[in-house]
Design a protein around this ligand. Structure first.
Ligand code: HDE
Length: 757
């Protein structure tokens, strides 16, 4: 209680973990290292400063979290031991009867080492197996006590530590990051009243309406069971067979075929809680809520050809991107937005808020920004943290509650259940990454891998032998479900069925498609075309197109054309009365609605170099890119250094072989006749250029290197004959004015007008 009163985390095994504000909460007697300096004189803490509250959150790396040192291992200066602490004299040779004789059974050192190794792997997650995590904090902007008594929302500037895991869904643990897939966006908030897990995705709707269909959905999308293919891909018969027979999936399919399914970075995607939840205030009054995460860097995606190539050159592309950004102090940040609405409003909507295949257009219920989340520390150990973290939709805290969404109900059961087998028993809440900051006191006992040593003889309640402790917290402090009378519709006979509005499968699929820009619409058509072209059963392809006719005849016609088939008759509708939606176009659903600030922070720029490159213009460009926060890299045909025209050395960061063009956001070709000739002789150069061009990226060609564009077959104008704003030639404008135009174009959208795919 004292600790809580002082604003301190009360679990003494876990204080100050995960980036909680040291300045505010450091226990007395523990020293906190000052934040290290960043270039430009700012500190990590300043870097974390909030524009909204003026608060400063701590650097994530916290040397003051002493009690967890019990489980931390740092072997610097230590001798090698067995798991029993016995020093090991020889770690190279097993114990043998003579140097050429048999290995002896008594070699307990060998046996312990091999036995432990044999059991190093745990089952991977049945879905979302491939993921990457990071620590950080959530900061509340304004008290939200009008709506909720949840402690993380009760004070402006309040900091709550978080651990976040981003993931793909279908691929196995070692699969590529850039698959066309939904991305998981799971956040564990270590609040003072227990852990709250917001286990969301980067898309606000889902494929199915009822949890009873989840195993079918996942069996359909996972590699086909007879031959185990394809890996991390929905482009195969079983997925589309299932989808074509489940018209409720049409809306989600639009999202999955859109550019949202191939994000540029985890740092550049939105997150959504998907289901309707409830917020509950002190008085027990509740409102409905939908959760949104909005990335500060804006929403950006890849193009399909790029995603395919990246998966070969760097399957860890998103993991590396997140790690490097945090490692370099470029902390990714999102704002938390709430759509708050009442039950009466919900009743009046043309769709059912309990149906996870529907979203609430922002034009109907605006998104209210209530705080921000900053990820400022990489995990120390991938297995201990990112792999062992266990999220669960059942983890809510006082001030929140569920809705009756039938998909949510299944999830409330599923997560703990799956974790009991994945993490080997019922005590995984004690793993350091899962343990709450709030103290845990109950009479749950024993089980595999129990860590806590509960004292005393009482493990039941009520009791008198332990003075009645631990005692019930009571209604004022403890978690209470919203007391809500089931209305006649909800409390009728037991049924297996759905409300009427669930049967409208197409209105919002059409809304999503119609709200996209022409370039985004073209990508949706191309994605359906690609995926269905991998389907081998013509009837399945046709059935999907027949479904699309109901959402958009224009899209269906394009997809049919791409598959070389006639547009089939529309699939019969389940609902006879047409729905009249409140909102017919929602610009917020386009990725272009959130371009970010147009800056170039963390964008990777390749500057090709060779002997004889013009060094002054390269140096000027590097300086300007660094100033904007971008990551310029000198890329050559080999490692080492090249001599610039003026004799200065250009130190190469990467080669065209180990870092092909599609790994970069933009490209610079150097001036200098000798360099241009050398680059023209290397077969990688044209590939590098073609990929940059085809993927809509900005290219700056300085002086003599302009000829390389022609060698690579790159047209100097757009297909319609107009100037290409993404192709900047210093010959035309001079270096001084080319650099700012280049930087502006790198911070802007892709040059999709080039697309001829
Ligand atoms: Fe999950 N989901 N899910 N899911 N889900 C899991 O839990 C499940 C759904 C989501 O980084 C599993 O620990 C059911 C929607 C994320 O560790 C499992 C249903 C949304 C993650 C499970 C859904 C999600 C999971 C597998 C339909 C977005 C990864 C391993 C009723 C709102 C969390 C695990 C992490 C993981 C069940 C549908 C998000 C099997 C039954 C909708 C981000 O319990």
């Amino acid at each position: 209680t004292q600790a809580l009163a002082a604003g301190m985390p009360a679990n003494t095994n876990k204080p100050l973990e995960h980036g909680i504000d040291n300045a505010k909460a450091a226990p007395q007697g523990l020293t906190v290292e000052p934040p290290s300096a960043l270039p430009g004189g700012s500190t990590l803490s300043e870097h974390n400063a909030s524009a909204k509250t003026g608060g400063v959150a701590a650097p994530g790396i916290n040397p003051a979290s002493a009690p967890l040192d019990r489980v931390r291992v740092d072997s610097a200066g230590q001798r090698l031991t067995t798991n029993q602490g016995v020093p090991v004299a020889d770690n190279q040779n097993s114990l043998k009867a003579g140097v050429r004789g048999p290995v002896l059974l008594e070699d307990f050192i060998l046996r312990e080492k091999i036995t432990h190794f044999d059991h190093e792997r745990i089952p991977e997650r049945i879905v979302h197996a491939r993921g990457s995590g990071a620590h950080g904090f959530f900061e509340c902007y304004e008290p939200l006590t009008k709506y909720t008594k949840a402690d993380l929302f009760n004070e402006a500037g309040k900091i709550t530590p978080v651990f976040v895991r981003f993931s793909t869904v279908a691929g196995e643990r070692g699969s590529k990051d850039t698959a066309r897939d939904v991305r998981g966006f799971a956040v564990k908030f270590y609040t003072q009243e227990g852990n709250w897990d917001l286990v969301g995705n980067n898309m606000p709707v889902f494929f199915i309406q009822d949890a009873i269909k989840f195993p079918d959905l996942i069996h359909a999308v996972k590699p086909e069971p007879h031959h185990g293919m394809p890996q991390a891909a929905s482009a195969h018969d079983t997925f589309w067979d299932f989808a074509s027979l489940m018209p409720e999936s049409t809306h989600m399919l639009m999202w999955q075929m859109s550019d949202r399914a191939i994000p540029r970075s985890y740092r550049m995607m939105q997150g959504f809680g998907v289901h309707t939840f409830r917020l509950v205030n002190e008085a027990g009054e509740s409102v409905f809520v939908k959760f949104h995460w909005q990335p500060k860097l804006g929403t950006h995606s890849m193009v399909w050809d790029e995603a395919v190539k990246i998966s070969g050159a760097d399957p860890d592309f998103h993991r590396r991107d997140l790690w490097e950004a945090i490692d370099s102090g470029e902390y990714p940040e999102w704002e938390l937005g709430l759509q708050i609405f009442t039950e009466a409003q919900a009743e009046a909507f043309s769709f059912d808020v309990l149906d996870a295949t529907k979203l609430i257009p922002e034009e109907l219920v605006p998104v209210q920004i209530v705080g921000r989340m900053v990820l400022n520390r990489n995990p120390d150990n991938f297995f201990a943290e990112t792999e062992q973290v266990a999220f669960c939709t059942a983890h809510i805290v006082p001030g929140m509650d569920f809705s009756n969404d039938p998909l949510l109900a299944g999830r409330i059961h599923s997560y703990v259940d799956t974790q009991i087998s994945r993490l080997g028993g019922p005590n995984f809440h004690e793993l350091p990454i899962n343990a709450p900051i709030a103290p845990v006191h109950n009479n749950q006992r024993d089980g595999m891998h129990r860590q806590a040593i509960p004292r005393g003889r009482v493990a039941y309640e009520p009791n008198s032998l332990a003075g009645g402790c631990p005692f019930q917290a009571g209604a004022a402090q403890g978690f209470q479900s919203v007391a809500r009378r089931m209305d006649a519709k909800e409390a009728s006979d037991k049924v297996r069925g759905k409300p009427e509005k669930f049967a409208d499968h197409y209105t919002q699929a059409a809304l999503f498609y119609e709200s996209q820009t022409p370039a985004e619409q073209a990508h949706i058509a191309a994605a359906f075309r690609f995926e269905l072209s991998k389907v081998t059963v013509p009837a399945v392809r046709e059935r999907v197109v027949a479904t699309l006719v109901n959402a958009s005849p224009a899209l269906a016609a394009q997809v049919a054309e791409g598959l070389g088939i006639e547009v089939p008759a529309a699939l019969p509708l389940a609902l006879e009365t047409p729905v009249s939606p409140e909102v017919k176009s929602s610009p917020a659903l386009s990725l272009t609605a959130r371009p970010g600030d147009g800056g170039i922070r963390t964008r990777k720029v390749a500057i090709l170099v060779a002997h004889g490159a013009e060094g002054t213009s390269i140096a000027a460009l590097q300086a300007a890119l660094l100033e904007g926060g971008a990551v310029p890299r000198l890329v050559g045909s080999r490692l080492g250094s090249f001599s610039a025209e003026g004799g200065e050395l250009l130190e190469v960061d990467a080669t065209m072989e180990n870092s092909p063009g599609f790994l970069f956001d933009a490209l610079v070709l150097p001036d200098g006749v000798a360099a241009a000739e050398a680059l023209a002789r290397d077969g990688h150069t044209a590939e590098f250029l073609k990929d940059q061009y085809r993927h809509g990226k900005t290219i700056l060609a300085m002086g003599a290197s302009q000829g390389l564009l022609g060698d690579a077959g790159i047209p100097l104008t757009l297909p319609d004959g107009s100037a290409d704003p993404g192709l900047i030639l210093t010959d035309a404008v001079g270096v001084a004015s080319a650099v700012p135009s280049f930087i502006a174009a790198v911070g802007g959208p892709r040059h999709s007008a080039r697309e001829t795919d």
